[in-house]
Design a protein around this ligand. Structure first.
Ligand SMILES: Cc1cc2nc3c(=O)[nH]c(=O)nc-3n(C[C@H](O)[C@H](O)[C@H](O)COP(=O)(O)O)c2cc1C
Length: 345
């Protein structure tokens, strides 16, 4: 079954939710172009989420997806935080940052009963999750809105787990994908495989539809994923230069440069593995650091460095999320990009 039959879009393309990088504007543009626009909610308050969903409702009558993280927030670990900050001390000194004044960074919250209340008001066609699925009670709340439930799997085991726990479709997220790995059954990044290795194995293992994600950047890539049994594709990186995305100036510059061909899976920005363009902090403290506090706590220590560096026009301390195929990034309206990605489909 194709994505179009599952959710009623005219194209088999999901614009990947990208928390912190986009809001309703990108989602509306993609949904109106026939794809499935997505609203990421991991970094929104419930009030902001309500406002963004109202903007989507005003902008389109077509299906859209609302996306959440569903991690278990860790207890703060003062010792680990102290060791992590100590390792960053040379940078704080370089930028004249008072470590005593470091505020908690941008928070990333998991799906909650309050968020489920907002879903009840808007009844999106799809609700998607990253990092597994929420508790059975919260799953039931999401399902009661009438939404189809999607979630990312980065291994065959995760796909089987998601199917057994009620996912209606599985997003096979290959290791070339930009942003956070959806990995949730282990922390072992050696289990992570490329999209075109992962996709056919998941397609064979589960009965529910499978969406391919990671490194898909043009119409040929979309067609190849469909040929390998995908019901549709989820594409993030290619949308990052669209005017509707909120990608920062330093990130846009990096995406346009040769550095976009140098990416790594790193945990230094948030505590969870995520793929981004290699910059100074990844080179000097990563890519994977045993000192980084647990997700999402690692973010606070980096936040002031990121702010100071970006004020100087530098992305040395910014999470420059990017998949392994930035060749599809174009400064064109998202509707045009969506139609081009669909090609002759
Ligand atoms: C900037 C950025 C932010 C992302 N944020 C999220 C998110 O909030 N929720 C989510 O489920 N996936 C997120 N992802 C991962 C995407 O869902 C998807 O797996 C990935 O973009 C696909 O690979 P591609 O970037 O090579 O197209 C993000 C990806 C990027 C590039």
């Amino acid at each position: 079954m194709l994505l179009q039959q599952i959710v009623g879009t005219s194209l088999p393309i999901i614009q990947a939710p990208m928390a912190g990088w986009q809001g309703s504007e990108l989602a509306v543009a993609v949904s109106n172009a026939g794809g499935l626009g997505s609203l990421p909610c991991a970094m929104l308050t419930v009030e902001a989420m309500r406002g963004e969903l109202a903007a989507i409702r005003a902008g389109t009558r077509l299906p859209y997806n609302v996306n959440f993280f569903c991690h278990s927030p860790p207890a703060p670990d003062a010792d680990r935080e102290t060791r992590w900050r100590a390792s960053l001390l040379p940078y704080y000194e370089e930028f004249g940052i008072d470590t005593a004044a470091i505020a908690p960074g941008a928070a990333r919250s998991p799906f909650s009963p309050e968020a489920a209340d907002v879903l009840d008001e808007f009844k999106p066609a799809v609700v998607s999750f990253h990092f597994g699925l929420p508790s059975a009670a919260l799953m039931a709340r999401a399902r009661a809105t009438g939404a189809r439930i999607f979630s990312s799997a980065t291994t065959v085991d995760e796909a089987l787990w998601l199917e057994a726990h009620g996912a209606d479709a599985i997003i096979a997220q290959g290791s070339g994908a930009g942003g956070h790995r959806g990995i949730f059954l282990s922390n072992d990044v050696t289990t992570q495989m490329g999209t075109f290795a992962l996709l056919p194995q998941i397609v064979r293992a589960v009965a529910v539809p499978v969406i391919a994600a990671g490194g898909i950047a043009d119409a040929q890539g979309v067609a190849a994923a469909l040929a390998l049994g995908a019901a549709g594709v989820q594409i993030g990186t290619a949308y990052l230069l669209c005017p509707e995305a909120k990608t920062s100036a330093v990130h846009r510059a990096a995406l346009r440069s040769d550095s976009a061909r140098h990416t790594a899976i790193t945990n230094v920005f948030t505590g969870r593995p995520a793929r981004g363009i290699v910059n100074r902090i990844i080179r000097e403290r990563g890519p994977l650091s045993a000192l980084a506090p647990e997700f999402p706590l690692a973010a606070s220590a980096i936040a002031p460095l990121r702010a100071k560096a970006e004020a100087r026009g530098s992305g040395d301390f910014s999470p420059l999320w990017c998949g392994q195929n930035a060749s599809g990034c174009r400064e064109v309206p998202a509707a045009e990009l969506t139609r081009d990605l669909a090609g002759s489909l």
